[in-house]
Design a protein around this ligand. Structure first.
Ligand code: KG4
Ligand code: ZN
Length: 344
């Protein structure tokens, strides 16, 4: 079974061809980093307009790279939400039109179910039940992944997402967009104990997260000092912020594994690329006897192979959508059928 995946929920236009929901035949991502860099963040109007320019080229490149002609496809999987509605609509409209033209089913995929599918795509030995930690520019959430049916939410951020905090801290430190890799790189030469930033909700029970207080504390710390900051100050602030941002991800993951009686966790989304998180979680996993899976970097950040893989599972279950498939900016996992006309 050949599935074409299309993903355009934010600032990346991506297409991929996946065989039987497991073998990635091609995965193309057209990044818009240069377009948004001058603004220090994603500008939605620019993102959707650029997706309209690139969508057909990216899909064609994915099909060519896979050596697959359009009539050979068995289905099209497309991100229907959550995300920027203008961006989502470009991929969604293209996917529906292509599926209609080819006479094959189209299925809407939840972006986070796509991220979660990337872990099983990368490591076929990973089978439910396990804990999924989704950490990206828009999401910070812990799920219990079940064999059949949607993932069960255990906890999530009450305000900003962790990737968003990295991006905002990069901005106040004068580091380039996207902020995650830049802050992480600056942190390598800094002292993580230099500044005791707040660790919100650390003393609270449960699995929720909070990042807006931490982000504000970093902004106040920068304001307090005399601009321009010395390189060592930037490094120390970046390292101290990174330590405070990563600590709850590790402690909440450990608590969720214990509470659910599970021994495996998969970490997905752009922030899963973070080196400090990878090494801290691996260290805790060794001492506590659980296993942490991180997909390779190209599957961690937004891509369409994960959407094709998640979509293939739905298509195999016979879950196709009609041409009234719509896009949604905010929607929980499992809340399909994605066809409402009311604004979300
Ligand atoms: O999953 P993703 O590609 O897109 C979203 O769905 O948001 O994640 C992008 C996010 C950005 O906020 C970026 O700054 C962050 O992932 N990120 C990182 C690192 N690499 C990317 N955050 C921390 N450390 C990194 N090494
Ligand atoms: Zn994402």
């Amino acid at each position: 079974m050949l599935t074409l995946g299309v993903e355009s929920s934010c600032d990346d236009m991506a297409a991929a061809v996946v065989r039987d929901g497991r073998d990635v035949l091609s995965s193309r991502v057209e990044s818009q980093i240069d377009l948004h860099q001058p603004y220090g963040g994603v500008v939605p109007e620019l993102a959707s307009r650029d997706h309209a320019r690139t969508v057909s080229q990216v899909v064609k490149a994915a099909l060519d790279e896979a050596g697959v002609a359009p009539p050979e496809l068995d289905g099209v999987a497309v991100t229907a939400g959550p995300g920027l509605v203008g961006s989502l609509l470009v991929g969604l409209s293209f996917a529906k039109a292509l599926a209609y033209r080819l006479g094959i089913p189209v299925v809407g995929v939840h972006h986070l179910e796509g991220h979660l599918a990337s872990a099983e795509l990368a490591d076929p030995s990973l089978t439910p039940p396990y804990i999924g930690l989704v950490i990206s520019g828009g999401h910070t959430a812990l799920y219990r992944i079940e064999a059949d049916g949607p993932a069960r939410l255990l906890g999530e951020t009450r305000d900003d997402a962790v990737g968003e905090a990295f991006d905002k801290v990069a901005r106040v430190l004068g580091l380039p967009f996207p902020g995650g890799p830049a802050v992480s790189h600056a942190a390598e030469s800094g002292d993580p104990d230099a500044i005791a930033f707040p660790r919100p909700l650390a003393a609270r029970e449960g699995f929720d997260f909070s990042y807006s207080g931490l982000k504000t504390a970093v902004a106040l710390e920068v304001e307090k000092r005399r601009a321009p900051l010395a390189e060592t100050e930037v490094a120390d602030i970046a390292a101290s912020f990174e330590a405070a941002a990563i600590a709850p991800l590790v402690s909440r993951s450990r608590a969720a594994l214990r509470a659910e009686g599970l021994r495996r966790i998969a970490v997905v989304g752009g922030v899963a690329a973070n080196r400090r998180l990878r090494s801290e979680l691996a260290r805790v996993a060794r001492t506590e006897g659980f296993e942490a899976t991180f997909p390779p970097l190209d599957l961690c950040t937004d891509n369409a192979a994960m959407i094709a893989a998640a979509g293939a599972t739905l298509l195999k279950r016979g879950e196709a959508h009609g041409l009234d498939l719509n896009s949604f900016s905010r929607v929980p996992i499992g809340a399909t059928p994605w066809t409402s006309s009311a604004p979300d």
